[in-house]
Design a protein around this ligand. Structure first.
Ligand code: MRU
Length: 347
């Protein structure tokens, strides 16, 4: 199995996702500042993966704090949390993991060394739980897929695989499970402009596992659906509001609209930690805007004339009514029934 975030020899190893598929490189992170930079620059990316990375980032920051006073330790740890929180605004798993680490620090009594040790263990638990969670999402997703045809062609967007999580993946985890159970013919992967996570990362993961994959540009999805090439769409999520509205990689919303137009089921696969029950609807989800160079430049080549303006939102919000079901580790739920996902928590 592929792991994007690994704790080894007192440091965190990250697969550098900015270099795939051309180069498989591993980056070693020792300090919380370097972890913050790795999240900001998308060396590590994908909502669950940045949650796990941030949890380790909290421990790396905690072990740098030199004080024997509990209050001072907690104040300095709060600064580490602020730095990590400032990296990316949309994926709620980041804030969830940092919150869990802060809560652990507040609740752990004992020496500073003991708090630091408990923080490391909590980060490792978050890491291990995410792998289990993804495997459970795979099982529930398999059960939720349409029963006919027997072998499905699934369209997915962005990268939601082992690279985007602690392992196995969410939407791509369902695809993996479908492939292993003989229920999948092929995956169609949207290239996912502008960062190309589909063309670069999803395609790479599929090739590693021998899953047949066809890469299309984002604008081809409607045409493929009209031609009858797609049986189901499965995407991940960066933050799901309490009413089921779902923020995910830019382009997801238009995919959901065209899926509905063609009567194709549209699934969201995500852990319960991606549901933000504090937000009543998707309009309250903060949307990250990234640098325009992601649009106007590929490598060293400039694509546009000078004198034009750019708008580069990294995510959009798909309204709940376009979503067939939200697949979590606790089962698949109608978007309006999300509260049950929390209540039925089995992990
Ligand atoms: O900007 P990214 O690459 O971090 O965005 C990732 C996505 O939008 C994924 O679809 C989402 O985080 C789910 S990952 C399991």
């Amino acid at each position: 199995m592929l792991y994007s975030v690994v704790w080894k020899n007192n440091s965190v190893l990250l697969i550098d996702q900015t270099r795939l598929p051309n180069e498989y490189a591993v980056v070693e992170i020792h300090r919380s500042e370097d972890m913050a930079e790795a999240i900001r620059t998308m060396i590590v990316r994908g909502a669950p993966a940045i949650g796990v990375a941030a949890a380790y980032g909290m421990y790396l920051g905690a072990r740098e704090i030199e004080t024997s006073k509990r209050e001072e330790f907690l104040q300095q740890l709060e600064k580490v949390a602020q730095l990590l929180r400032s990296t990316r605004p949309t994926a709620v798993n980041l804030f969830w993991a940092i919150g869990r680490m802060m809560q652990t620090a507040y609740e752990t009594l004992g020496t500073i060394a003991e708090i630091q040790q408990t923080l490391l263990e909590t980060a490792q638990t978050i890491n291990a739980e995410d792998i289990q969670t993804c495997q459970a999402i795979g099982d529930h997703g398999l059960a939720a897929l349409p029963k006919t045809p027997e072998k499905l062609t699934i369209l997915t967007h962005c990268n939601t695989g082992a690279l985007a999580t602690a392992g196995y993946g969410t939407a791509l985890g369902v695809v993996r499970s479908a492939w292993r159970e003989g229920r999948l013919t092929r995956v169609f992967a949207d290239e996912t402009r502008p960062r190309l996570q589909g063309a670069k990362l999803t395609a790479w993961e599929c090739v590693q596992e021998g899953i047949p994959v066809t890469v299309i540009t984002d604008s081809m999805a409607a045409h493929c659906m009209k031609q009858g090439l797609i049986d189901a769409v499965i995407v991940g999520a960066d933050r799901i509001a309490a009413n089921g509205d779902t923020a995910n990689k830019i382009g997801t919303y238009s995919l959901a609209i065209v899926a509905q137009k063609h009567n194709i089921p549209f699934f969201v696969a995500a852990p319960v930690s991606t549901i933000d029950f504090t937000l009543a609807s998707g309009s309250l989800i903060p949307i990250e805007e990234r640098h325009p160079s992601e649009i106007y430049q590929i490598g060293d080549t400039l694509l546009t004339p000078s004198g034009v303006e750019f708008y580069n939102p990294a995510f959009d919000v798909t309204p709940a009514e376009l979503i067939t079901a939200i697949i979590t580790e606790n089962g698949a739920f109608a978007p309006g029934d999300l509260i049950k996902a929390q209540k039925n928590s089995v992990l």
